[in-house]
Design a protein around this ligand. Structure first.
Ligand SMILES: *[C@@H]1O[C@H](CO)[C@@H](O)[C@H](O)[C@H]1NC(C)=O
Ligand SMILES: *[C@@H]1O[C@H](CO)[C@@H](O)[C@H](O)[C@H]1NC(C)=O
Ligand SMILES: *[C@@H]1O[C@H](CO)[C@@H](O)[C@H](O)[C@H]1NC(C)=O
Length: 366
């Protein structure tokens, strides 16, 4: 949900002023700008080696848990700490960026240039091979933020960019295009933040290929017995899985037959929702998912492919990869992690439609 956060506090303005001053000073000191852009604003607030932890502290099925969180949202950090302590979990925070971060403008400029130049130079062909596990993967394709592409002084005068659909189908911009079809700065910031954590997992040599890492956004609630429910469905998960949605939005994920249903599938046993795991159809939202390390690498290969990178909201991008058979994805139904302010998401704010998801017995009494 930080993806839809509306930054409002004065501290953000101060941060921007500070960031701009630092950039200006560094520029005066002739520090190489590309070098600056290469530094992801990402840190882990706690020691990251959790190998020694008991699985009970990582929800029973995962090796690690990361929480993406905007540094200025102390309120959310406190709620997440309440969740963590209540369930006796261990996780590391990774800093998300917001729409005001200077790198967002640079990325949008690259997307604009790629849209202008790409069709002429090459056709859309997914990269098919994963790099070997011991080879580090960059969050960018070479040249995506190429030094020859400087930020255009006229950038603010450009028309808004529509979101791409499917592989790279893009309608021309018209003023009546609804907001949810526009590639906004907050969508780019959200993509960047998730790429930070996805590439951390992809490059984590302490993980085996099928080890699971859970990624959470900072405004979620969970079932009190989430570990129990996860352990139950996890045994049905086939080898070679890439991604598992612990929660999703805007899609009926029970359409494909449950894996763990023994042919007698039903969502409820009368009154009590029973958790099942289904092959995904087209799940949206990115507030709670698990990646295998191999899945993180496969996802990154696709998300950094230049004509696809930053082309739309990241949840739509991943959903397209699932629909088109590029990722082996599963969804837990009903969701065992939900966004606490469902319906206020900027992902689908058009048409006044809302998505409601609720828990049986959440920590925050959802
Ligand atoms: C871990 O969780 C399982 C299942 O809830 C429980 O049986 C076990 O005692 C727990 N182990 C520890 C060390 O807390
Ligand atoms: C997407 O791109 C792949 C090429 O890797 C192609 O096989 C597939 O047909 C494309 N899908 C659509 C819907 O354009
Ligand atoms: C449904 O499952 C819950 C929890 O396992 C149990 O307490 C309840 O008795 C079950 N209800 C029925 C009708 O089987």
């Amino acid at each position: 949900m930080f993806c839809s956060a509306l930054p409002s506090s004065r501290s953000i303005v101060l941060l921007i002023v500070l960031a701009v001053s630092v950039l200006v000073i560094l520029k005066l000191l002739l520090v190489d700008e590309q070098y600056l852009l290469g530094i992801a604003p990402l840190y882990e607030s706690e020691a990251s080696d959790q190998r020694v932890l008991h699985r009970n502290q990582t929800l029973g099925v995962a090796s690690k848990i990361y929480v993406l969180s905007l540094p200025m949202r102390d309120d959310r950090r406190q709620d997440m700490e309440h969740l963590r302590k209540t369930l006796d979990l261990h996780w590391s925070y990774i800093e998300a960026i917001d729409a005001e971060n200077p790198i967002v403008e640079t990325i949008m400029n690259s997307v604009r240039l790629i849209r202008e130049t790409y069709p002429a130079t090459s056709s859309f062909t997914w990269p098919d091979d994963l790099p070997p596990p011991d080879k580090p993967m960059d969050p960018w394709s070479p040249g995506f933020l190429s030094p020859t592409r400087s930020v255009d002084g006229q950038a603010t005068a450009h028309k808004p960019m529509p979101c791409a659909t499917q592989n790279n189908s893009i309608v021309p911009y018209t003023p009546d295009l609804p907001e949810h079809k526009i590639l906004t700065a907050s969508r780019v910031a959200c993509w960047y933040s998730h790429i930070s954590v996805i590439s951390t997992i992809a490059n984590d040599d302490t993980l085996r290929g099928d080890d699971a890492v859970i990624v959470l956004e900072d405004d979620v609630d969970m079932e009190r017995d989430i570990s129990h429910r996860l352990r139950r469905v996890w045994s049905s998960l086939p080898a070679g899985w890439d991604i598992v949605y612990l929660g999703h939005c805007w899609s009926d994920e029970s359409i494909n037959l449950a894996l763990d249903a023994d042919g007698t599938f039903s969502v409820t046993n009368g009154t009590f929702p029973v958790t099942h795991i289904h092959p995904s159809r087209s799940p949206l939202c990115t507030h709670a998912y698990a990646l295998s390390r191999t899945g993180a690498r496969r996802l990154l290969v696709h998300l950094r492919y230049p004509p696809f990178a930053y082309s739309r909201a990241i949840d739509k991008a991943i959903s397209w990869l699932i629909e088109s058979g590029r990722l082996k994805s599963f969804s837990i139904v009903p969701s065992i992690v939900v966004q606490r302010k469902a319906g206020k998401s900027d992902i689908m704010s058009g048409k006044g439609s809302t998505w409601r998801a609720s828990l049986v017995n959440g920590i925050f009494g959802n």
